[in-house]
Design a protein around this ligand. Structure first.
Ligand code: MTE
Ligand code: MO
Length: 411
């Protein structure tokens, strides 16, 4: 094996470079277990988010609509109304907590990442699996983090990349846990042995003086993850914690003129002009049989009004519950002879952009609390929140609650 050098180059690739006496299989096992619990929460809520986010609610957007296998369709419920605020708030909060956990975990094993180089095909495969694990973990956390921070340095579709990245990540986590399980068990068994396990590969061969205890390291880690939790959770949990949500770019409150809760995209950015939403505005509704109705805002206000407290819950993690007043979607469907609609396609006045239109499913149209909202908090909708009319549906991701509605097509 002359091709593979037997001694590492000087520097961080040498185990002797890392002198902390704290590093051991026991410490890595503890951090790894915390990481595993967090990853489980983030994965489950991530797939739930994916199911809820689908334009037709559950079918896989990556599969052409015609090939869509009904077997895999999860229809997203409309109750409880805070469901998505909860699952997505958890996904983003725990997802951000992965960052300190991952950094500490990497630190705890770092010399092993570089050295020894693999000498057999089996070891090379194990190294490759580790690379895939570390790479996909960092990819998932960094794409999620930048997306929630509204910073888009990459030029790929976030939803598609984060979704496939998740499968690669989860597969490598499962493989890693299976491979390391015996080591983890052994490390837990010997935790009180000061010298650690015999042949503990994570111990420094050349330990330096003790500057921090194992407890100290875990305390630092707890402090860092706790700070991320407290700095994020308020954007979805609300209450006094909202003011603490320093890591939530929108979750803390007023953004945009006249808004009392966060605005995802202002009217100005969406290119909505005052003329588009003036007295000339008409809502166009079409039914499956071709029946068409046009209503002014005054016509809509003359219909039976309903008021419900419902959250707007953004995929970025923030949410805000408001009191919405407007017309039931099922009442509008009835106007065009579609009492039991399979779906509703909504198109906004917004000239372009991915969120200018959406399709929602049967449960979303039928729910009594699903509204075409005209007012919020008792006042006319502010322009930035979708005046003259917007969709608000319980438990649905905010992205489907289309603002500045122009047409509703019931099918
Ligand atoms: N027409 C249109 N509707 C839209 C959007 C948009 O960009 N254009 N953004 C959506 C997203 S992602 C969210 S989270 C909610 C936010 O609603 P708000 O800005 O009133 O808080 O609006 C949704 N409706
Ligand atoms: Mo959103």
């Amino acid at each position: 094996m002359g091709l593979i050098p037997s001694t590492p180059p000087p520097g961080p690739a040498r185990a002797g470079f890392w002198r902390s006496p704290v590093r051991s299989a026991w410490l890595t096992t503890i951090i790894g277990s915390l990481l595993l619990a967090t990853i489980t929460i983030v994965s489950v809520t991530g797939f739930l988010s994916h199911a809820a986010y689908q334009p037709d609610l559950g079918s896989n957007a990556l599969v052409p609509r015609e090939l869509d296998l009904q077997l895999f369709v999860i229809s997203w419920p409309t109750s409880p109304s805070w469901l998505y605020a909860f699952t997505q708030g958890s996904h983003v909060t725990f997802g951000l907590m992965l960052l300190p956990l991952l950094l500490f975990k990497l630190w705890s094993v770092i010399p092993k990442l570089f050295w020894p180089l693999p000498t057999t095909p089996a070891k090379a495969l194990e190294k490759l699996a580790t690379l895939l694990l570390v790479g996909s973990a960092l990819f998932q956390v960094l794409t999620g983090l930048t997306n929630a921070q509204l910073y888009y340095p990459w030029h790929f579709n976030f939803v598609v990349a984060h979704y496939y990245g998740a499968w690669i990540f989860i597969a490598s986590v499962v493989l890693h846990v299976a491979v390391k399980f015996p080591t983890m068990k052994e490390a837990r068994r010997t935790r009180n042995d000061v010298l650690g396990m015999a042949g503990d590969e994570l111990r420094s061969p050349n330990p330096g003086p003790t500057t921090i205890s194992r407890r100290g390291v875990l305390g630092l880690l707890g402090g860092a993850t706790g700070a991320v939790f407290l700095g994020t959770v308020g954007q979805s949990a609300g209450g006094p914690l909202r003011e603490l949500a320093l890591f939530a770019p929108r979750g803390r409150g007023e953004v945009g003129p006249g808004a009392r809760f966060p605005v995802n995209k202002t009217a100005k950015v969406a290119k909505i002009t005052p003329e588009m939403v003036g007295d000339g505005w008409r809502l166009k509704i079409t039914g499956p049989g071709g029946k068409t109705v046009e209503l002014s805002r005054a016509d809509l206000l003359a219909m039976r009004q309903r008021t419900y407290d419902l959250p707007i819950a953004c995929v970025e993690g923030w949410s805000s519950t408001q009191s919405w007043t407007g017309v039931r979607l099922s009442d509008l469907a009835a106007l065009v002879d579609s009492p039991d609609s399979r779906s509703m396609h909504v198109v906004s006045l917004q000239p372009r952009g991915a969120f200018k239109q959406t399709t929602v499913g049967r449960a979303q149209v039928a729910d009594d609390e699903s509204l075409l909202a005209l007012k919020v908090g008792g006042d006319d909708l502010p322009l930035d929140h979708g005046f003259p009319a917007r969709v608000v549906i319980p438990a649905l991701p905010g992205v489907h609650c289309t603002k500045w509605v122009e047409t509703l097509e019931f099918a």
